[in-house]
Design a binder for this molecule. Structure first.
Ligand SMILES: *Cc1c(COP(=O)(O)O)cnc(C)c1O
Length: 381
């Protein structure tokens, strides 16, 4: 089955008992056991038919052994790190999601896990960061908010040569654009609150493992820790995912148009977009991604006020988050990455002036006109 067909018919996509074209929302917390132990389900934290449907679907889409659904992307990430023990060491990308940085810095370090942060595009730096205690390499590509692209295959090879797990947060691409398990990655994570859900109306996390053994271990932790996705949200997520292909095609087209516009706009100093042929990661992005994603970050020329620019926009909404049908814009230094100490943030290349745009699926004419009127507003200041 092709990817776009799997979105509609993959995993469990309908109700076998009635022929209903949508999986029922099974709210039951407990299930009758005709004889002790003889039932497919017993308690909904352990397994729930509605959640199972979306778990099967994401496993199908990513091409992994099994999927697991969590209450949020953050809950998924925390559950993955619960595979490990105090003293274990990790090599982590230097441009990870702000909330992941917060989890590592304020929670996981306190529990005794240790981390070395590197630019995972630099394969020598990745190798040098590995110690005898290292258990995994954890990264995002493209990164947030600078959209840096790491060669997934190369890093996974380094991981496996050193008996480490490779873990990738695939949120920014969605499986439409990139399927890391095809490059031998062990664990793929999604904040499904973004492209997979796609409508700014469900917080969810999904995980897919390459092999079944690891899925078993995570299944145990999912049940033990209990940060599961509710039946209602599982249903909402699966409904959103059915249109991922349609949405991504529109996202990608619009992102191209916005990139074109921004690259001709003289008030823009710098653009970060893997689809820019002049971007240093363009070649790798082209090799491993099916399209370049719909996230574009940029800096205005010095002296121009990024807050005034984003506050003037009318169609593009000033808000955190990304990956929804609506175009969303934000200033990482003041919003999504505000919890990272300024010095660390600047050292990682995230300037105060940086603007991050999640290009939605509106008519591109309206998006370009909105950007234009906001640039004109800056000019008039
Ligand atoms: C949003 C996000 C997360 C966290 O997901 P939640 O669903 O908000 O908990 C993790 N990683 C990336 C890349 C994200 O964008």
């Amino acid at each position: 089955m092709e990817f776009n067909t799997k979105l509609i018919h993959g995993g469990t996509s309908m109700d076998e008992t009635t022929g209903g074209m949508s999986v029922p929302i099974h709210m039951a917390t407990t299930f009758q056991q005709k004889k002790i132990g003889q039932s497919k389900y017993d308690y909904s934290r352990s397994a729930n038919p509605t959640r199972e449907a979306v778990e099967e679907l994401i496993a199908d889409l990513e091409g992994g052994a099994a999927g697991l659904a969590f209450a949020s992307g953050s809950a998924a990430i925390n559950t993955i790190f619960s595979l490990f023990s105090a003293g274990d060491h990790f090599v982590v990308g230097n441009d990870v999601y702000g909330g992941t940085f917060r989890l590592i810095d304020s929670v996981l370090k306190r529990l005794g896990l240790t981390f070395t942060v590197v630019d995972t595009r630099d394969l020598t730096a990745v190798k040098q960061a590995i110690t005898p205690k290292t258990k995994a390499i954890y990264l995002e590509t493209p990164t947030n908010p600078l959209l840096r692209v790491t060669d997934v295959k190369a890093v996974t090879e380094i991981a496996h040569e050193n008996n480490l797990l490779s873990i990738i947060d695939n949120t920014f691409s969605s499986p439409y654009i990139q399927r890391p398990i095809e490059f031998d990655v062990d664990i793929v994570i999604h904040s499904a609150s973004k492209y997979l859900g796609g409508h700014s109306d469900v917080i969810a996390g999904l995980v897919v493992t390459k092999d079944a053994q690891l899925a078993e271990e995570l299944r145990f932790l999912q049940n033990a820790i209990g940060a599961i996705l509710s039946p209602h949200d599982s249903w909402l997520l699966q409904r959103g995912m059915k249109t991922l292909g349609l949405r991504m095609r529109a996202h990608l087209q619009n992102a191209d148009a916005v990139f074109d516009y921004l690259s001709k706009q003289e008030m823009v100093e710098k653009i970060y977009y893997p689809g820019d042929p002049e971007n240093e990661d363009f070649t790798i992005a082209k090799k491993q991604m099916n399209g370049f994603g719909a996230m574009i970050s940029f800096e205005l020329q010095e002296g121009l006020d990024p807050s005034a620019f984003v506050e003037q926009l009318q169609v593009i909404t000033l808000a955190e988050s990304l990956g929804a049908v609506e175009s969303l814009i934000e200033i990482p230094a003041l919003m999504t990455h505000g919890s990272i100490p300024r010095a660390t943030r600047i050292a990682n290349g995230i300037k105060d002036e940086l603007i991050r745009l999640s290009v939605g699926v509106e008519d591109p004419k309206d998006l370009l006109a909105d950007l234009e009127q906001s640039f004109n507003h800056l000019k008039g200041k």
